[in-house]
Design a protein around this ligand. Structure first.
Ligand code: 13P
Ligand code: ZN
Length: 225
């Protein structure tokens, strides 16, 4: 079994490359996580190793206890994911309390998962619940044009929703619930994770003012789309 040949890993890597090609991932900008299916965990578990220590997530996600996530690494460049997956992405296991994680595959040389892990996991927790277990992908990118718009428009859900709906006929069809807006906040912690996951209850898209976008979806194609 070659873990790099599994469909979920190939889809994850392709999405990283596609995001880089859009110009949405300067330097280490952006991060991606995927909530693995039980059968995927079972199939690849033979290559996991359990020698790394449990670390604090920085928030609580009891809804995700004992689940496994594929995640990009903190400080890692999307450009490099396809060139060296094991150095730039990894699989993390969540403990039975939903407060700790440990790396069981990849992220070699003691690399760690994205600094936005609290937001990713809190979004996964709420989306798992409100979509009846369907959503599995959370994606954060530094989408240049939307970031520019946050310097121009008032930071309100209904204003951004209307502006984006009006920009392309397909938009209301693709995100009929609209988009939420998080005001500027310090990234990488619990506070912004709480604010974002609150919006994810109603929306699949949350804009971070002057920073980027978070999207949720059931698979890589719909989330990236
Ligand atoms: P990481 O490299 O820790 O994923 O951070 C990048 C980023 O975009 C922070 O918001
Ligand atoms: Zn970011």
């Amino acid at each position: 079994m070659n873990i790099l040949e599994q469909e979920f890993i190939k889809g994850f890597i392709r999405m990283c490359s596609d995001g880089f090609a859009q110009g949405w991932h300067e330097r280490n900008g952006g991060n991606l996580t995927y909530r693995m299916k039980d059968e995927e965990v079972k199939y690849v578990q033979s290559v996991f190793s359990y020698h790394r220590s449990w670390e604090d997530i920085g928030t609580e996600v009891p809804e995700l206890a004992n689940e496994y996530f594929l995640a990009t690494g903190s400080g890692k460049y999307f450009r490099n994911v396809e060139l060296d997956p094991e150095a730039n992405i990894g699989i993390v296991e969540i403990d039975k309390t939903g407060t700790k994680y440990r790396v069981v595959w990849g992220l070699i040389h003691e690399a760690v998962p994205t600094s936005e892990l609290p937001t990713h996991l809190m979004n996964h927790a709420i989306k798992k619940m409100v979509t009846d277990n369907q959503h599995r992908v959370i994606y954060h990118c530094h989408s240049t044009n939307v970031i520019a718009l946050t310097f121009v428009l008032p930071l309100k859900d209904e204003i951004f929703t209307r502006e984006l709906w009006e920009m392309a006929t397909e938009c209301p069809v693709v995100f009929p619930a609209g988009v939420g807006v998080v005001p500027w906040m310090v990234p990488g912690g619990r506070e912004i994770a709480v604010a974002t996951s609150k919006l994810m209850k109603d929306y699949d898209v949350a804009i971070w003012a002057h920073h980027g976008i978070f999207c949720s979806g059931s698979d890589f194609d719909t989330t990236f789309g």
